[in-house]
Design a protein around this ligand. Structure first.
Ligand code: FAD
Length: 381
């Protein structure tokens, strides 16, 4: 059995990196976590992706294993059903499953902060403003660039890339091994808008994931603790680009999302839509997830997916459970754990990426169909 004094460097202090650090510290490894950005806990606003996320059973299970489930769930909002908004303003709920089944809307920044605090409490060294620029998987050497452009070289027994869809660790792996890689940008992008509280109350029914399915595009809204809804419009880039003036924007909302206008408020719609560029959505598959005995990628770095199944983070959290179980099975021996991880995880992660792509069509159109009403068995969203 390998000694637990072994040193692990995790690259990326996002959701998966911070959670993974907690799992590995719990096993007695000496873990350091390097993050390119400044510490989000010291910032009011964090640039980046979705403001809130749907946390499902997979993700909760992982949080429970490091003692954080209750803290996260306490600050989330249960969503027991989808609430479909038809064009004529009719709203109809579609439950996720049995009465007791639900998913949670959680705040991304808060979740990341909880995970970073927990990592720190478990004795993990957190280094912010350290950007990975190179690594040597044979020698276990990692080179980071700091904010002042100086470089620091670190040596370790295992390098884990949890550095997201545009992973620098994965790029380094591709230079060292025959790593198959596939990426696909879908024609849709997204813009986030906010529904503010009305008379200090939620402006719509609260315990729902609201969906406005309009075939080629759709809008969804997830509730937040501060009684706002983060509302996301998914639409092909060509449609975003066709909305050239503020009048075009409001005409578009009047045509396709009329019941959302009093909720989002006309001025906010015009302001946000005209000043916020649509963000792209990418799906990434690759194989293997490891190189030699010192390199591994997890989370979006290994399997970024389109968000329509609401499972990207949840799948990344499940990665941490799988790695933990294999560490048990192979007694922390990286020479056995790493190939076993690729073997075990690749099939499932690829399947989730494909389900997400399937739900890309399902959510914006099939929820309008009778067949969907009979199906009601999708996990998330
Ligand atoms: P990231 O969150 O991307 O974190 C990677 C971290 O690595 C970042 O902090 C980054 O700064 C850092 N980094 C990058 N490069 C370097 C480097 N060179 N050196 C050091 N650090 C580096 N998932 C769900 O489960 N449910 C949802 O409801 C959901 N909704 C979504 C909605 C949208 C619009 C989008 C786009 C995604 C959604 N997802 C959802 C997916 C989810 O956001 C991702 O799966 C999740 O963030 C992946 O976490 P990660 O830690 O692997 O990567």
């Amino acid at each position: 059995m390998a000694t637990t004094g072994q040193e692990i460097v995790i690259v990326g202090g996002g959701l998966v990196g911070a959670l993974n650090a907690c799992f590995l510290a719990q096993r007695g490894f000496k873990v350091s976590l390097y993050e390119m950005r400044a510490d989000i806990r010291t910032q009011l606003h964090v640039k980046g992706r979705s403001i809130n996320l749907a946390l499902s059973r997979r993700g909760r299970e992982a949080l429970k294993m490091v003692g954080l489930e209750d803290m996260v769930v306490e600050n989330g909002i249960p969503m027991h059903a989808r609430m479909i908004h038809d064009l004529d303003g009719t709203r109809r709920p579609i439950p996720y499953g049995e009465k007791h089944q639900y998913i949670m809307s959680v705040d991304r920044k808060h979740l990341n902060e909880v995970l970073l605090n927990a990592a720190e409490q478990k004795g993990i060294k957190l280094l912010f403003e350290h950007k990975l620029i190179r690594c040597d998987f044979d020698r276990g050497m990692v080179i980071f660039e700091r904010a002042d452009e100086s470089q620091v070289t670190v040596s370790c027994d295992l390098i884990i890339g949890c550095d997201g869809a545009f992973s620098a660790v994965r790029n380094q792996m591709m230079k060292r091994t025959r790593l198959d890689y596939q990426q696909e940008y879908i024609p849709h992008g997204y813009v986030e808008l906010t529904i503010h509280p009305k008379q200090n109350q939620f402006a719509m029914e609260v315990n729902y994931l609201h969906i406005w399915p309009r075939n080629e595009f759709m809008m969804i809204a997830l509730p937040n603790q501060d009684k706002t809804y983060t509302t996301t419009l998914f639409m092909p880039f060509k449609n975003f680009e066709s909305l050239k003036t503020k009048d075009d924007i409001i005409e578009f909302f009047q045509k396709y999302f009329p019941d959302s206008i009093p909720l989002l408020e006309e001025e906010n719609i015009k302001e946000t839509m005209s000043s916020t560029p649509a963000q792209p959505l990418i799906s990434i598959k690759c194989h293997p997830y490891h190189v030699g005995t010192k390199g591994l990628i997890m989370g979006d770095a290994a399997h970024a997916m389109v968000p329509f199944y609401g499972q990207g983070m949840n799948a990344g959290f499940e990665d941490c459970i799988v790695l933990d179980e294999l560490m048990d099975e192979y007694k922390n021996d990286f020479t056995k754990v790493l190939p076993a991880y690729t073997e075990k995880r690749h099939v499932d992660a690829t399947a989730i990426c494909e389900l997400a792509m399937y739900n890309y069509i399902e959510m914006r159109s099939s929820v309008n169909s009778k067949l969907f009403l009979l199906r009601k068995k999708l996990d998330n969203f």
